[in-house]
Design a protein around this ligand. Structure first.
Ligand code: HEM
Length: 413
């Protein structure tokens, strides 16, 4: 039996926090392997990278998600009792609830609502000295997704609700105050949405049959029971929060337009928008890893995978794997003309199958919202003043340091 290369440190939690997105890749390079083992949060952990490792990771006979996410991630980013920690037929049943929301007509409606919000906001930006695109886009998307989901949002609460979704996203990979902000935000959001869900169930508020609020509130589990109120709130947040997260990708798209102005011209040519969006999702980091546990003992390439061990798959490293991507550190949308459409080599939002595995159900929403935003941005006149646009690979999730400031916003062309 082969031995999985072992990291020399007794516990790598601090190294992971400090090295961020490059933690797994660096060690894989050091051990000349796409796998190594270490201890993270005092638990034995196998780390893997690359398309073949991803294909293994998404084999649901070999891995399960129950108990895989660290508690601190559940308390902030995921919540308890949601789809992320489910397995087998129960997972597929719950996942179908999310996929039900992803019809082309529904996604188009969401994109149209986002365009309305973008127009209102760009009008406001013309009267502002400086605009921080990341925070503005977070608010645009919070308003958009609440309107789409049937979640009422009073003007006075927009700022706090947006901040809470952002705090949950930022709290997952954090320690200290950022983590605690994420926890408080989650508690507030679960109360808010739990109450709304009860109102829908008691028919105290009207809800259109196909909006997310109604779908989640009235969803029945495999025993025909309504979801526990708190779990239903977690699942509704699982639709709202990650839609706000698309603000990060939109900001990266603006950064790419700024740093690769040659792409702007191409965006008017047929099909280029799709290539550009894919390259933004490949090139820029978002979620660094996904986690699972070994379901039962098995061997892969002669390496032992003992039951219960936590396994991390490096998403960012796989999207930058030079075996798959020629000059991966260059931003080149054209590379996607030749992409084979594989389910495991390009995994910014997970891999495998959307219905049967844990792959992100919001991938089409993400792409549609990014396309709508990019088409608006390239038609908008604005200046990009001197600012710190560096994207740290140590902070998770990361963004341009300045949040991408624009000025002198003018007419939409
Ligand atoms: C799962 C990334 C947008 C809902 C995931 C996973 C990743 C991811 C990496 C984990 C895949 C796995 O565990 O194997 C992202 C990124 C987004 C985004 C980077 C955009 C910035 C969305 C949107 C939705 C969404 C718009 C809205 C519906 C979910 C849900 C899961 C998930 C419910 C759990 C799926 C499951 O466990 O079966 N996402 N996502 N995401 N995402 Fe997204």
């Amino acid at each position: 039996m082969a031995i999985i290369p072992r990291d020399t440190m007794p516990d790598s939690t601090l190294a992971f926090a400090l090295e961020g997105y490059t933690f797994i890749r660096r060690r894989c390079q050091r051990y000349r392997a796409d796998i190594f083992q270490t201890r993270l949060l005092f638990q034995r952990t196998i780390c893997m990278l690359g398309a073949e490792a991803a294909e293994l990771f998404y084999d649901t006979d070999r891995f399960e998600r129950s108990g895989a996410a660290p508690r601190r991630v559940q308390e902030t980013l995921f919540g308890r009792g949601g789809v992320q920690g489910m397995d087998g037929t129960a997972h597929r049943h719950r996942k179908a609830m999310f996929m039900e929301l992803m019809s082309p007509a529904s996604i188009q409606r969401l994109a149209e609502l986002s365009v309305e919000q973008w127009r209102v906001h760009t009008e406001k930006w013309r009267r502002m000295d400086t605009v921080v695109l990341l925070s503005e886009t977070q608010e645009i998307l919070c308003r958009t997704v609440c309107a789409w989901a049937g979640v009422p949002l009073a003007e006075a609460e927009v700022e706090q609700r947006t901040k809470d979704f952002v705090a949950m996203i930022e709290g997952g990979g954090a320690i200290g105050p950022r983590h605690w902000r994420g926890r408080r935000a989650r508690n507030r959001a679960e109360h808010w949405l739990g109450d709304l869900i009860e109102k829908v169930r008691r028919q105290e508020m009207p809800a259109e049959a196909d909006n997310a609020l109604a779908v989640v509130a009235l969803h029945r589990d495999m025993n025909g029971e309504l979801l526990d109120k708190q779990v239903a709130a977690v699942e509704l947040i699982n639709v709202l929060r990650p839609t706000v997260a698309v603000a990060w990708y939109t900001t990266f798209a603006a950064l790419a337009l700024h740093q690769h102005p040659e792409c702007r011209r191409e965006l008017d040519t047929d099909g280029y928008l799709e290539l550009f969006v894919q390259e933004v999702r490949r090139f820029y980091p978002f979620f660094p890893v996904v986690a699972a546990r070994v379901r039962h003992d098995f061997e892969w390439r002669g390496y032992p995978f003992p039951k219960g061990v936590r396994v991390l798959l490096d998403l960012y490293g796989t999207n930058h794997d030079p075996r798959q991507w020629d000059h991966p550190e260059q931003f080149r949308p054209e590379r996607f003309r030749h992409w084979d459409g594989g389910a495991f080599n390009f995994i910014p939002q997970g891999g495998g199958d959307h219905y049967r595995q844990h792959r992100c159900p919001g991938e089409w929403i993400t792409i549609a919202l990014m396309k709508a935003a990019i088409m608006l941005l390239i038609r908008l006149d604005y200046d990009v003043p001197t600012q710190d646009l560096r994207v740290s690979l140590m902070r998770m999730p990361t963004a341009p340091k300045s949040g991408f400031v624009i000025q002198h916003v003018g007419e939409t062309r």
